[in-house]
Every structure is written in C-alpha cells, then in structure tokens.
Design a protein around this ligand. Structure first.
Ligand SMILES: C[S@@+](CC[C@H](N)C(=O)[O-])C[C@H]1O[C@@H](n2cnc3c(N)ncnc32)[C@H](O)[C@@H]1O
Length: 327
C-alpha cells in the first residue's frame, strides 16, 4: 500500500466501514462490487454533508438511524412488472409447460425488491392455471422493500407502463383486471397474493431454501463481486431440485462460475439455465466457504489460492480414479 495514495486510503476506509456494518449490525456488504458501493456511500455523504468516510464509520457505529439510511442506499430497488417481456414470454412458453406434470411447484424469487416481479409471475401462473399448486417464496434483505411488496400498491402511471410490458410478454387478459384503482394508485388483486410468502433473506449470509423448481434472481448479482456471486450460485445449486430452472438477469451469467458445469443451457438469450444431475465437485464447495476480500487480505488470499490449486489437483486425481472404475 502507498501511504499517500488517496485511492488506497479510501479503499481502506471503505473496508473498515463495511467491517463495522457487518460486526455491529450483521449486514455483510464486504463482497459487493466496489464501484457501486463507493457511489452509494458518496451519495449518503453528500446528503448528510459529510466530508470523510471515517466520519461515516463513526456515524454508522453510534447512530442507528444513519445506518438505516445508508442501508436503504445500498439496496438498489429498481424494478418493474414484466421487466424484459421476452423473458416472461419464455417462462410461459418454455418453462411452465415443463412443470405442468408436477404435483406441487416451488418458486423462489430472490432479491424481489418491491414485488413487481413476484406479481408478474403470480399473474402468469394464474393465466396458466398453475396457481393452486404453486408456492412462491419472495425474499429480499430489505424489510422496507418487502413491506411495500406485501402492500402491492403501485402508482397508476407505472401500471400504465407495465401494461405494455404485459402485452409484449404475451398477456391474455386486460391488465387492469388485476388492479383496483384508488385515487392515483392501483392496488393489486388480493387473489394474486394467496400463494406468496414474503420473507427476509440475505443472500450474503443466510442459508439454503430447499427443493425449489424455479429460482429467479434477476438484476441482483450484478452488484456482487465474483466471490459473492459464486457463494450465491453454491446456495442456488443446493436449493434447486435436479431439473429445476435458474433464471438470471440479462447482464448476468453462470458461465463464469465454477458451477457452470452443473447447468445446461435452456435459453441463453433469456439467461435461463437448467440444473443437471452432475454432482457439485469438492473444489467448488471449498471455493465458496470463506468470505474473504483478496484485494485487502493479500496473505490470506495467497494461502487460499494455494489451497484451491491443491484441491483442484486432488479433484483431477479423484476423477481419474473414477474414470478407471475406482471410487
Ligand atoms: C435492482 S433490484 C432487482 C429487483 C428484481 N429482481 C428485478 O429484476 O426487477 C435488486 C434487489 O436485490 C436486493 N438485494 C441486494 N443484495 C441482496 C442480498 N444480499 N440479499 C437479498 N437481496 C438483496 C435489493 O434489496 C433489491 O431489492
């Protein structure tokens, strides 16, 4: 580290801030993409008239309200109903028919924000007569977003915009049938909520959601670094049934992760993958155990890299033995 380099010092301050948020409040942003985190911190500093990140650390530690505001800044909740209509069309035409034969369907919407994506799926399930045998688990770490999602209240202006997405996604009803207008807002039809469970779940620190047939996690992983993305792919791979579907956002892919081999391509353009029957290898599991930031923990990073390469050698040896009819 260069003692006079401002960027180095700023990175160090940010690392200390994220450590403080994790240690004091249990929210782990240590493996979020640095550029986005920096922007969010600067945004809060300009609102609060704060000049130094060290001051932000002090405020976070001693002022819970300030922490909650910063937490809100970190949750980028941008969303819309039937976002990327071609994705929803693919879900209706290619994925739902593959699940028709199941007695019960479980769908996990991870990072569901204020609920628009969840209600889009609920509408499609209803139109395909799948609602009664489906459970949707809608999760986010932000309780503010989840409260809004449960309310299901949207501005009339945004509902008008969502209507054109719905039509482009192959909607078969009049979109307004799913809402009741109340002044300048529209309230989502209660029947769309009967099979939805909203709950807090933090992808950076919480555990597996079992036996899912579909996991949607769209436009969330773009905010994570590669290490956290891999940890989340590990979580999803353990949470998905074999033959289950993983749906990512248009700028996200599983292909750069060690879990790539566990998924077959269904529709690459729509970022829909199918969990195959290949077992997760030993090195993949080790890869995702510790949450470390190699940029900052150089020595630990070297040690972990050395361990990983030894484990990969072991994996090769084991698969060689298996190929020869061994274990
Ligand atoms: C840009 S929104 C995407 C919403 C929706 N999936 C979509 O594509 O329209 C990202 C959401 O991910 C949530 N999120 C970010 N980090 C998370 C984490 N560690 N665990 C759970 N949710 C997280 C944010 O709170 C936010 O609601």
């Amino acid at each position: 580290m260069d003692y006079y380099d401002n960027e180095d010092n700023e990175n160090l301050e940010i690392m200390l801030l994220l450590e403080a948020m994790n240690a004091k409040y249990g929210y782990d942003f240590r493996n979020y993409a640095k550029a986005s985190i920096k922007r969010r911190i600067r945004h809060r500093m300009s609102i609060a008239g704060i000049k130094k990140i060290t001051e932000v650390i002090e405020r976070v530690i001693y002022d819970r309200e300030f922490f909650i505001e910063l937490l809100g800044d970190f949750s980028i909740s941008t969303t819309e109903m039937f976002r990327d209509p071609s994705f929803f069309q693919a879900l209706r035409k290619s994925i739902f028919p593959a699940l028709q034969h199941l007695p019960f369907i479980k769908i996990w919407v991870a990072g569901c924000s204020t609920g628009e994506e969840v209600y889009s799926i609920a509408i499609m399930l209803k139109e395909e007569n799948l609602s009664d045998k489906t459970m949707i688990y809608a999760t986010d770490y932000s309780d503010k977003s989840l409260s809004a999602a449960k309310e299901g209240v949207f501005s009339i202006k945004s509902v008008k915009q969502y209507a054109s997405n719905y039509n482009d996604a192959g909607g078969i009803q009049s979109f307004s049938n799913y809402f009741t207008a109340k002044g300048d807002v529209a309230v989502i039809d209660k029947s769309l909520r009967h099979n939805v469970v909203f709950s807090i779940h933090n992808l950076a620190s919480d555990g597996v959601f079992g036996e899912m047939n579909i996991i949607l996690c769209r436009n969330v992983l773009i905010y994570f670094n590669r290490e956290l993305q891999n940890k989340v792919f590990d979580l999803f791979t353990k949470s998905l049934e074999e033959g289950g579907f993983l749906c990512l956002g248009s700028k996200e892919t599983i292909r750069l992760s060690p879990f790539s081999g566990n998924y077959d391509e269904v529709l690459n353009d729509e970022k829909i993958y199918k969990r195959n029957t290949r077992p997760v290898s030993y090195s993949q599991k080790i890869d995702n155990n510790p949450v470390v930031t190699p940029e900052f923990v150089t020595k630990g990073g070297e040690l972990i890299r050395a361990m990983k390469s030894k484990i990969e050698e072991l994996d090769c040896l084991i698969s060689g033995v298996q190929g020869k009819g061994g274990v």
